[in-house]
Write a protein that binds this ligand. Structure first.
Ligand code: 6PG
Length: 474
């Protein structure tokens, strides 16, 4: 126990960068006594300046920092994912007691979180992997948080997390996610969906700009109108604002001055990798990850553009923008559905005991993928906790059906014009495949058996079979 008189702070933060500072200030705003640790004098200075009206303190010495915390100590890490998390844990561990809690709030890979949780459990320390979404603004004024770890230890942090989280209809955007690394798995999947929605917005921009010849102001107006309807979302909202933002350097619209090469930190890639590992199809998310990689092939793209030429204009009728709204709705629904399906399977595979309704509920506010549509997702899983796929929900089904005609019109027109729409196309072919009662995969099995004697199953009898295909030629 740590009953030292100095032990006056309820929560500690390691890492006083922008996210760490903002989250601590948010905690202080909510009446919690907080302390921070950072090796950088500059970060400590920022922290104390920004928090001068609150009950908080910053330390450059880890011993003093740990000694200032009440028991059981709760320490949040907001440091870059990877080796730094391990080295911070190594530093902290000898200073902690049984029952203390470490919460890693970076975007750590869930397998690292599993390993760390097991290692720390041996020492009696509770380790949580807690995804936080919402960027700087979210951390300061209310993020969506996805904590996974020991359920009993969660009771220690529940009140604080609920206080600092975003609220939707008065309900906090945080919930106990599940055991082990479930919190980081759910955050990773959130980011996979984030990649897909961002790419869908980029493809929509491409259709409007190069397919229809719209200028930035006109594109802004389309997105603004959509953001007042069922497509309302954080990403739609910020995207519309991007189109009117002036560059201080040139006076032009900044979006036109930015290189067409997208970077990434890896969470989207991890989502696709894991989905492949557990054999869950998430092609819209995969397409978004691949498209970021395609964007990096600038030189080759320019060379091939010279060889094959550019896309052409779309011959749009008066309903085209309405159809495009339907197409966005359809593809967006597909991206969320794929992410939720991945979570459904991961819950079984890794015994995460995920409550998909609660996850959709806490994504309605604070996070990057917050959107009007999450209310439909929440209601679908609330009605049916074991719903395998979002498209099996009657309400979503009806809305998807209504958007299909417009979706097919837009996708055919874009493909005809040679406009690249990897995520839109993936969303539609995913849907068409998923609703195919009998796929042509019987042929794949026949081929595998033909060249590799891998056997096949028959529709009329149990068991596995092999044919001597060379003998059976007609
Ligand atoms: C969030 C974001 C956040 C971060 C992404 C960016 O939920 O607040 O997802 O975690 O901005 O990691 O990811 P990329 O750099 O890979 O685009």
């Amino acid at each position: 126990m740590n009953n030292d008189r100095k032990a006056q702070y309820a929560f500690g933060m390691v890492g006083l960068g922008t996210m760490g500072r903002n989250l601590l200030l948010n905690m202080a705003d909510n009446g919690f006594a907080v302390t921070g640790y950072d090796k950088s004098e500059k970060m400590l200075q920022f922290f104390e300046e920004e928090g001068k009206d609150h009950n908080l303190k910053g330390f450059a010495d880890i011993n003093d920092f740990v000694a200032s915390l009440q028991s059981p100590r709760t320490i949040i890490l907001l440091v870059p994912a990877g080796a730094i998390v391990d080295s911070v844990i190594l530093e902290l561990q000898p200073l902690l007691d049984k029952g203390d809690i470490i919460i890693d709030s970076g975007n750590s890979h869930f397998t690292d979180t599993s390993r760390r949780a097991v290692e720390l459990k041996e020492k009696g320390i509770h380790f949580f992997g807690m995804g936080i979404s919402g960027g700087e603004e979210g951390a300061r004024f209310g993020p969506s948080m996805m904590p996974g770890g020991d359920k009993q230890a969660y009771a220690v942090v529940k009140e604080m997390l609920e206080a600092v989280s975003a609220k939707v209809n008065g309900e906090p955007c945080v919930t106990y996610i599940g055991p082990g690394a479930s919190g980081h798995f759910v955050k990773m999947t959130h980011n996979g969906i984030e990649y897909a929605i961002m790419q869908l917005l980029a493809e929509t921009y491409e259709i409007l700009k190069n397919g229809l010849g719209y200028n930035n102001e006109q594109i802004q107006q389309v997105f603004e109108k959509w953001n007042n309807g069922r497509l309302k979302s954080f990403l739609m909202e910020i995207t519309k604002d991007v189109f009117l933002f002036k560059d201080v350097k040139t006076g032009n619209l900044l979006v036109d001055e930015i290189k067409d090469e997208a970077k990434s930190k890896g969470t989207g890639k991890w989502t696709s990798q894991v989905a492949m590992d557990i054999e869950m199809p998430i092609p819209t998310i995969d397409a978004a990850v691949s498209t970021r990689n395609l964007s990096k092939l600038k030189k080759l793209r320019v060379q091939l553009n010279d060889a094959f030429g550019s896309s052409t204009k779309i011959n749009a009728n008066e309903d085209f923008i309405a159809d495009l709204e339907e197409a966005f709705y359809f593809a967006m629904a597909g991206a969320y559905a794929q992410g939720m399906h991945l979570l459904w399977q991961a819950s079984i595979q890794y015994e995460y005991e995920l409550n998909l309704a609660e996850i959709a509920k806490i994504w309605r506010g604070g996070c990057i993928i917050r959107a009007e549509f999450l209310e439909d997702i929440y209601q679908a899983y609330k009605k049916q906790a074991n719903l395998e796929h979002l498209f099996a929900d009657a309400n979503v089904q009806q809305k998807i059906k209504q958007s299909l005609k417009g979706t097919r019109n837009v996708i055919s027109a874009a493909i005809q014009a040679g406009i690249a729409i990897p995520c839109y196309a993936a969303a539609l072919t995913y849907f068409d495949t998923l609703k195919t009662g009998r796929m042509p995969s019987n042929l794949t099995q026949a081929q595998r058996d033909f060249f590799g004697a891998h056997t096949f199953e028959r529709i009329d009898s149990e068991g596995v079979f092999h044919a001597d295909w060379n003998q059976k030629k007609i």
